[in-house]
Design a protein around this ligand. Structure first.
Ligand code: NAP
Ligand code: HSE
Length: 451
């Protein structure tokens, strides 16, 4: 007999459901939005969880600041240590390494599950957090730590757990994508584009972690650890930021039908004697036809290539209070359900312990921009240096800068794109360029990806 509406089990009154004590560490851009979602969607969340989220305290530095209706002053505390000891679930959105690290360890030691958006902490000391979660039988969730609202951690950690991930390639930092996109659209230099990003609120007052690539590198370390079942720390990720990308580089890329993006790349490299992995962040030229080339403004996008699944693409808002809070709340529901119904979420998986391949042993295509003397034989000398290191040129572009005066030689700009070559061969070629009078300056060295 089919079930009718009158026969379905009654939907319980949320107020009758068991309460889960929630501590929120931080009420800034993300924390305030988390608290808004908890306040506005309390009943729905209670039904989905099977228990009520009861915020028992909110830790901030400045208790005197008015934070709006969803951050009640009565719940503010400047004693986060006491707060986490009372909680079933701790949401950490304060950022930084300390005191966040000590507070999360203390929370787990007292039996609380943890949801954090703190990629810097996970990339630097994720091992300590995983171990504490294991030791105390609690959950550790961190979807918001990589690419804000975009579901990426869960697909890599859970949905693709039965597959074999080969590569994750993406734009995981919105600030730098905004800056590079502004440079591409308007011809602005890096500094002017950064100022515009700060004025519009995309870049922070101290944008170092974004523009130097550290934020993207932290996310790459998290993704590599999950994708390859190995511990990859922040220090293992080769990291170059975008501060040296010039308007000339952007124009040269456009001339070659390419655009420059800050890419995070983690990949499995199969070799004769087994396999190793690579994790790296750098600005790279990608073809205009590549799907990542059209990712504009502060958006993020990530490709995953897996043996059975093939290519998957994820796209969306990688930052911002509400999008990041959405990812956090998904984790909160998972962790809270486990508290109510029993069971634990995924643990750290690092059985593979794959070794990292040093950058010098990788192969990439390059774009090299040089200022050289304008005299006969210069191109031959440069081509000879590259070919002497096994590097083959794919295209070359030369432009006169000035033709010299008073018997002085003129100067020319040369832009060279190469075929794929060993990083060590390029380093050796650049060393030779630095020590020859012919090359007046090495203006840029960028990799070419996505072909
Ligand atoms: P935020 O706006 O600077 O807010 C930080 C909050 O934590 C503030 O309320 C601050 O208190 C509090 N806090 C900081 N240090 C504290 C301490 N020592 N003791 C007590 N409270 C402290 O930061 P956010 O942008 O919300 O970012 C929070 C976390 O989310 C970071 O880990 C960040 O990397 C991550 N995340 C952010 C985004 C984003 O778009 N913003 C996206 C993804 C992930 P006061 O208000 O009193 O200063
Ligand atoms: N600062 C980061 C970005 C957001 O610009 O993408 C937090 O991950």
């Amino acid at each position: 007999m089919s079930q009718t509406a009158s026969q379905s089990p009654a939907v319980p009154d949320p107020s009758t459901l068991p309460a889960l004590r929630v501590a929120v560490l931080g009420a800034g851009t993300v924390g305030a939005e988390v608290l808004r979602l908890i306040a506005q969607q309390g009943d729905d969340l209670a039904h989905r969880i099977g228990g009520r989220l009861e915020v028992i305290g909110i830790s901030v530095r400045d208790r005197s600041k008015d934070r709006g209706e969803h951050v009640p002053a009565a719940l503010l505390t400047d004693d986060p240590s006491a707060l986490v000891r009372e909680a079933d679930l701790v949401i950490e959105v304060m950022g930084g390494i300390e005191p966040a690290r000590s507070l999360l360890l203390e929370a787990m030691a007292h039996g609380a599950s943890v949801v954090t958006a703190n990629k810097a902490l996970l990339a630097q000391d994720g091992a300590a957090l995983y171990e504490a979660a294991d030791d105390h039988g609690v959950d550790l969730y961190f979807e918001a730590a990589v690419a804000g609202a975009i579901p990426l951690v869960r697909p890599v950690r859970e949905s693709l757990a039965g597959d074999r991930i080969q590569r994750v390639l993406g734009i995981v930092n919105g600030t730098t994508n905004y800056i590079l996109d502004a440079m591409t659209r308007t011809g602005l230099g890096f500094q002017e584009a950064l100022t515009s990003a700060q004025e519009l609120g995309y870049a922070e007052a101290d944008p170092t972690a974004d523009i130097e690539g550290h934020d993207a590198a932290a996310k790459a370390s998290i993704l590599a650890s999950l994708a390859f079942h190995s511990r990859v720390r922040l220090a293992d990720v080769h990291c170059e930021g975008i501060t040296d990308v010039s308007a000339q580089d952007i124009a040269a890329a456009a001339r070659m039908g390419r655009t420059i993006k800050l890419l995070s790349i983690v990949e499995r490299i199969e070799e004769e004697n087994g396999e190793r992995i690579s994790a790296r962040v750098y600005p790279a030229l990608i073809p205009h036809t590549h799907p990542l080339a059209s990712v504009s403004e502060a958006y993020n996008a990530v490709f995953i290539e897996a043996d059975a699944a093939g290519s998957l693409m994820f796209y969306g808002q990688g930052a911002g209070g509400a999008p990041t809070a959405s990812a956090i709340m998904g984790d909160v529901v998972s962790a809270a359900r486990a508290r109510v119904r029993g069971g634990v979420g995924p643990r750290e998986s690092r059985y593979a312990e794959l070794e990292l391949i040093p950058l010098e042993e990788l192969r990439s295509a390059f774009y090299v921009s040089l200022t050289v003397q304008d005299r006969p034989g210069v191109l031959a000398e440069i081509a000879g240096t590259l070919s002497g290191h096994g590097i083959s040129i794919s295209t070359i572009h030369q432009e006169l800068i000035d033709s010299g005066a008073d018997g002085q030689e003129g100067r020319a700009h040369i832009g060279i794109a190469t075929h794929r070559a060993l990083e060590s061969a390029m380093t050796a070629s650049l060393d030779m360029f630095s020590s020859t009078a012919t090359v007046l300056s090495i203006d840029s060295v960028l990799r070419i990806e996505g072909e």
